[in-house]
Design a protein around this ligand. Structure first.
Ligand SMILES: Cc1cc2nc3c(=O)[nH]c(=O)nc-3n(C[C@H](O)[C@H](O)[C@H](O)COP(=O)(O)O)c2cc1C
Ligand code: SF4
Length: 452
């Protein structure tokens, strides 16, 4: 389970520079792809690898590439999504800060496979340091003939640009990102048409996550079959996980798909256990948008199987007893964490970040924030809990883009698994009002009662 693909050689001093990156095997895939493979052969290797998008949805990358419209005669574009604004997720910026050429290499192979001669990296505007590092890496690559005209004498041309956003979470949604890249307000588009048919400037476009594209060099070098041997079942390869919350070793880890969740939390190689020797209470395994799971369900599925770090295992049981691998933002809560406070916090975020185009999301996120605010502040009523469930269910599936779902799932899941904490807030306003930070657990020997 120690396999490194994306973060390989990250510990080597100076690996950020082209010179050191190349000395350590970097950019070999460019020679191979551009000089010995056809674009379709590269696409086929990616299909064989079983690589799935690392931006959250886990859509098979090779299949997405094969949807790109080749008949329109319009230019094709490759766009890398480096917006990474999901609370709890900080893996892409780590990769970009430390080993930027891994992405540039992957993007050259990917753009070649797609027949694109222009590619963009869309980065959240606040990541000033990352932007500087990326621009430097791109400059070095142009100078070395790895970008620009006739790359390494292969006859293939590619221009690569960094585009900075203005700090909106919604600009991570691929069609909002494309609007923003075109210089407009980042409002998600209605789909279909999908970007592979009508994307940037109305032309065929593939949008992929940073981590997804960073895998491509390895796949070209070693072949899709070798990649598919890593991991388990339909979750092939490795995954970057950004681990945070109440743990001893917060950070970014590259794990082989299939690692047991329990090992990830308790092993000193990874999270190193719950901070202060406290009990584990809950985990959000894939960024703030995915359902929270209590200790019993994050360590084992409802069927008693050990929960694994794979797309399939983490979603086992659907949203009743499961969650999602999502973007790999792994947030750990100890026994003292207040789930109501946490849910309220997230609801503020989603309300603030809703673009406002569709009523269920615009109005629903506002109502969820208000209702959670009064519960959190000891002013809630018992019927507010079911009101929240009802609002969440009316947003889900009824919006232009998945931000609506992302806003409703955390609320629905928190109530599904921790209803007693919401009830406690309603039943004991005097305690809730006086405990501003930290846990209510110690007061909770007072049993909560379901119902008005
Ligand atoms: C509100 C919202 C924010 C998103 N933010 C990101 C992001 O920051 N990075 C990302 O790669 N994907 C993000 N996505 C998913 C993208 O829409 C898209 O699915 C992804 O970039 C595709 O790349 P992949 O196939 O390589 O995963 C977001 C989606 C939504 C709905
Ligand atoms: S779901 Fe929300 S963020 Fe997405 S388009 Fe509708 S209003 Fe905008």
């Amino acid at each position: 389970m120690e396999r490194k693909i994306i973060l390989e050689n990250i510990e080597v001093e100076g690996i950020r520079s082209l010179e050191v990156y190349r000395k350590n095997g970097g950019y070999k895939s460019i020679e191979k792809a551009l000089k010995t493979m056809t674009p379709d052969e590269v696409v086929n290797e990616v299909k064989t690898s079983g690589l799935r998008g690392r931006g959250g949805a886990g859509f098979p990358t090779g299949m997405k590439w094969s949807f790109i419209d080749k008949k329109s005669g319009n230019p094709r574009y490759l766009v890398c999504n480096g917006d990474e604004s999901e609370p709890g997720t900080f893996k892409d910026r780590y990769l970009l800060m430390n080993i930027p050429h891994r992405l540039v290499e992957g993007m050259i192979c990917s753009a070649y496979a797609l027949g694109a001669n222009t590619a963009y990296i869309y980065v959240r505007g606040e990541f000033k340091q990352v932007i500087g590092i990326l621009n430097e890496a791109i400059k070095e690559s142009y100078k070395a003939g790895l970008l620009g005209e006739n790359i390494l004498g292969s006859g293939y041309d590619l221009d690569l640009y960094v585009h900075t956003g203005a700090g909106a979470y919604i600009c991570g949604e691929e069609t909002a990102l494309l609007e923003s890249l075109e210089g407009k307000r980042g409002n998600p588009r209605l789909k279909p048409p999908f970007p592979a048919i009508k994307g940037l400037y109305g032309c065929p476009t593939v949008v992929n996550n940073v981590e997804t594209l960073a895998n491509i060099g390895w796949i070209v070098n070693n072949g899709g079959e070798e990649y598919a041997k890593i991991g388990i079942g339909r979750s092939t390869g490795t995954k970057l996980i950004s681990a945070c919350g109440n743990i001893n070793n917060p950070g970014v880890y590259e794990i082989e798909m299939g690692l047991p969740v329990e090992e990830f939390i308790y092993s000193d190689k990874y999270c190193g256990g719950v901070k202060g020797g406290k009990e584990l209470k809950a985990v959000i395994p894939g960024g703030s948008s995915v359902p929270i799971l209590p200790k019993e369900l994050i360590l084992k599925t409802a069927g008693g199987e050990p929960r694994l770090m794979t797309y399939e295992s983490l979603s086992e049981g659907g949203f009743i007893t499961g969650s999602m691998l999502g973007s790999g933002g792994f947030i750990v809560y100890d026994e003292d964490a207040c789930i109501v406070r946490n849910t309220y916090n997230f609801s503020r975020f989603y309300h603030h970040e809703s673009c406002g185009q569709c009523s269920p999301c615009r109005e629903g996120t506002s109502w969820m924030e208000s209702v959670l605010h009064r519960i959190e502040n000891g002013e809630g009523k018992m019927k507010d809990i079911d009101l929240l469930v009802s609002i969440a269910s009316k947003i889900e599936g009824n919006t232009i883009c998945p931000l609506g779902d992302a806003a409703s799932w955390p609320v629905a899941a928190a109530i599904r698994h921790f209803r007693h904490e919401f009830e406690f807030h309603v039943l004991h306003p005097e305690i809730v009002k006086n405990v501003k930070h930290g846990s209510l657990e110690k007061y909770m020997e007072v049993p909560a009662v379901t119902g008005e």
